[in-house]
Write a protein that binds this ligand. Sequence first.
Ligand code: SIN
Ligand code: MN
Length: 271
Amino acid sequence: MKLNTDQIEYYREHGLLFIPEIFSIKEVEAMHTVVEDLIVKDTPGRILEKDKKTVRALHGCHTNTEIFDSLVRHPSLLLSACEILNSDVYVYQFKINFKAAFGGDLWPWHQDFVFWDKEDGMPSPKALSVTVFLDECNEFNGPMYFIPGSHKESLIHLGQIESSEVKDQKKDWKSNFRAALKYSLGKETIAKLAIEKGIVAPKGPSGSVLFFHPNLVHASAPNISPYDRRLLIISYNSINNIPSFKGQPRPEFLVSRDYTPLQPLFNKILV
Ligand code: SIN
Ligand code: MN
C-alpha cells in the first residue's frame, strides 16, 4: 500500500488518517496469539489498571517478538510513515493499550508531543503514531476521540494540569500511562477546541489502521461494554529528530535508543 496525495493532504489538514482493514483476519489472529502469550508475563513494560489486576498496556514488544518486529517494518505502515514525514524513521515507542471489557479505564485529553518533549527532549513533532486495531473499535468499547485539526494549534497544554492526583507525582515513567495523566488538557481548552473543530472517533473492524500527528489532541472513555478494545500503537520518529535525553532517560522498553533507519520487509508477511 502506498498513500496517495489526497490521503497525505488529508493527514496534513486534519492530523489523522483512517484506513480500514489493512490487515487480514488471519494476520490479526496471529497477533492475538502472541499478545495472549505476552499479557500473562510480569515484565517491566506491563502496566496494570487501578484494580492492580487488569492489564492496561504492554510496551516494547517489537523488540522481543518476531511478529511485532515484522509489523513495525511492514511496508503499509513504515513506508506511509516515511512518506508523511519525508524522512527515514525508527521506532520511538511501541505499545499495546488493552482497554479491557468492563474494566479498561480512560485516557484523559492530551497531546503526545508534550510528553516526548518534556520527558525525552524530542526536538520537534517530526514523528507520527500508527494505531492498529487488534479488535473491532465501536461506539461502546472506548474508541479514541480526536479533535481534527488541533495539531495546528502547536503546544496548548502547560499550566493546565487540573487533576489533583498528578500534582504530587515524582518523576515516575509509569505516571505517563495511568488514567490520571501528567500533562492532560484543561476542560476549557477542550470545550473551546471542540466547539470550533468538533470531535471524531474513528471506528472499524480489527485490522484497520489510523495514523495521527503527535500534536493532535486526543482521549478515550472507559470501557463499560462487554467488548475488549485492544489497540496497538507504533510511534515512528524521524532519524533527524533524535531526543536529547537531558537528565535520567526513560527506560529503553518505553523509548527506544536504536536509531537505525528501518527497512521495509517486502517479502515477509506476518503469517
Ligand atoms: C494514548 O493516548 O496513547 C492511548 C489512548 C487510548 O488507548 O485510548
Ligand atoms: Mn496519547
